[in-house]
Design a protein. Sequence first.
Length: 325
Amino acid sequence: MQAWQVHEIGEPGEVMRLADVARPTPGDGQVLLRVRAANINFPDALMCQGQYQVRPPLPFTPGLEICGETEDGRRVIANPALPYGGFAEYAVADAAALRDAPDALDDAEAAALHIGYQTGWFGLHRRAGLEAGETLLVHAAAGGVGSAAVQLGKAAGATVIGVVGGAAKAAVARELGCDVVIDRREQDVIAAVKDATGGRGADVIYDPVGGQAYAQSAKVVAFEGRIVIVGFAGGTIPSPALNHALVKNYSILGLHWGLYNTRNPKLVQDCHEQLTELAARGAVKPLVSERVPLAGAADAVQRVADGVTTGRVAVLPVPRNGAAA
């Protein structure tokens, strides 16, 4: 089969190499999956760069979430078991962690429903307790993680403010359903949020960026608000002033979604069922901005690393002969 492999640490566009390799052999409790679509996540780039918390042995194949097909034809969503990731024609995954791909979504959309939407659901509902009528602020609202949070926030009945960088991403955020869109390149984020909320601030802030975005969050979070930290795509890990949290009565909440897969996998399945229901009634639909062939994966991962994409970029290893992808 063909698979992208990383033999050394560096920028994805430089260290990912397409090669002919043997199909992976499933271990105990694992299954072999034919990859129908693989979604690109920012951690794929971080793994290539050696900056992710999970460091698979070299060489490894990136690709953390796929829509795949079992030997008996079942269409499933899975997290491939590294080092045999999803940017390949075949991958392996733990059988117990397979989730049925929603009928309402095509292959690329189904692949994109998993990590980003699970993270959004756990962050907004289990961690922050977002309620209908509250105001949700989403940083990087046009990105893969942010776009999922926007849709989930709207589905929960929240007023959603999206912060983006650039006019093109602002247009995407509006299409996603943001009630207010703030272009951080053209506007003062803090002043714009206070203006949009009558000075009150946002009840819940969803931050996959860190750095300057977190500093802005601390200044616009409402009384008894909640800031949910889900990543540091901006490259800088902030050091929050805890005395400030005390003075303003707000909470700083961390979310590492992957822990639920081992600590409480039933919650992950319950979340998937709710996401499937939301997809069935059209309340959420992953934004897949690009579908690229397997040969284009390295360039696509590099563009995700550079922050120039919107929504999700999907890699399609096998032509579907007219079937949805």
